[in-house]
Write a protein that binds this ligand. Structure first.
Ligand code: TXA
Ligand code: MG
Length: 319
């Protein structure tokens, strides 16, 4: 059982930073989804975070940092195009995989020679990262604050539902309201000559090409392990069905111009792609809390963020 804190003043964030340095876990909001944070220099704290998530230890975790100057502590041989991406999209929903320095322990990288870094665009997360720095911290290791394979949480209540029973009284959940983006960050491998998207997010392929001046090639055989690339991931308990005709008793997630047939339980009817991303995970959770057997999803069309939404829908359906 962790403490949920909803008035996160600077004083509170200072205390949370102390908690982290002492080896406790602190869940916090980012603009994408909530993360469950541990001191990235503390092997035992990171190990407990993996236990709380029930995540295989071979899966690497993103190190969240406060500012561009912190990159050099964790990564080396940073290519020019990665610096362009950082300048254009950080703080923001983008994770860069870079060649690691030795300080990035095997327990963070899954023993791979790359480290994942991100500066989140959320004032509470940035406040925590800055306070953590002030007490000597170097970075906060934070995966999404869900049990392994489950849907990422986009509210503090969802974090609590996922992890509360595994957390200890000295751990904390910081409540910063619902996440603005709603799907996880774009992951870009920057460990070779050209960038490669490993997980689509709201920083789109078009934006990356524009920022770097490099045309992206189709992803080849992936040698890098990213846990989100497991076949079934981000899945609710309900069976997810894509497209087709909704049946009575089913949940339905679709854009607002799709009507709700009689007997169908409407879980979300977003009016824009951005709203779709924000609503998706909460709608899947709602379907589960209503014990629905199946949820039908009509994916959004288009490029950019819609690509990321379709990616998560496909994973939820395990196709
Ligand atoms: O938006 C996000 O990225 C959220 C917020 C909390 O920042 N975090 C998140 O973390 O989604 P997680 O662990 O659920 O997903 C991060 C993905 C995983 O698939 C992980 O394997 C991959 O990033 N990753 C992290 N570090 C890596 C590394 N060194 N090498 C390869 N993949 C890495
Ligand atoms: Mg995750």
């Amino acid at each position: 059982m962790a403490t949920i804190i909803s008035q996160c003043s600077l004083n509170v964030l200072r205390q949370s930073a102390e908690k982290l340095i002492q080896g406790n876990l602190v869940a916090f909001p980012t603009e994408t989804v909530y993360g469950i944070g541990a001191d990235a220099m503390n092997k035992d704290a990171v190990a407990r975070m993996y236990q709380v998530k029930n995540r295989p230890t071979s899966h690497p975790v993103i190190v969240h940092i406060a500012e561009l100057n912190d990159v050099d502590y964790w990564a080396k041989d940073v290519p020019e195009y990665a610096i362009n991406l950082m300048r254009d999209f950080w703080p923001g929903p983008m994770t860069l995989l870079l060649k690691r320095r030795e300080v990035a322990g095997d327990f963070l990288t899954g023993a791979q020679e790359i480290v994942g870094l991100r500066i989140p665009a959320n004032s509470l997360a940035l406040g925590l990262l800055n306070e953590f720095k002030a007490v000597g911290g170097k970075g906060i290791a934070a995966p999404s604050a869900n049990r392994y394979g489950a849907v990422s949480p986009t509210t503090a209540e969802a974090v609590s539902q996922e992890l509360s029973e595994y957390l200890l009284p000295d751990d904390q959940i910081l409540d910063g309201g619902p996440c603005l983006v709603g799907v996880e960050s774009t992951i870009i491998d920057c460990s070779s000559d050209n960038p490669m998207i490993l997980r689509p997010g709201s920083v789109s392929a078009e934006m990356i090409e524009e920022s770097t001046g490099i045309i992206l090639s189709e992803a080849g055989e992936k040698k890098i392990r990213t846990s989100g690339s497991d076949k079934q991931h981000y899945a609710p308990k309900a069976k997810v069905i894509i497209d087709g005709q909704s049946q009575s008793g089913e949940g339905l997630i679709a854009m607002s111009d799709v009507a709700t047939p009689e007997g169908v339980i409407r879980l979300a009817e977003p009016k824009s792609i951005e709203e779709y991303a924000r609503a998706l995970y909460a709608a899947l959770r709602q379907g589960d809390s209503q014990n629905l057997e199946s949820i039908r999803i009509i994916p959004p069309n288009g490029q950019g963020l819609a690509v990321a939404i379709r990616d998560r829908i496909n994973r939820a359906a395990a196709i």
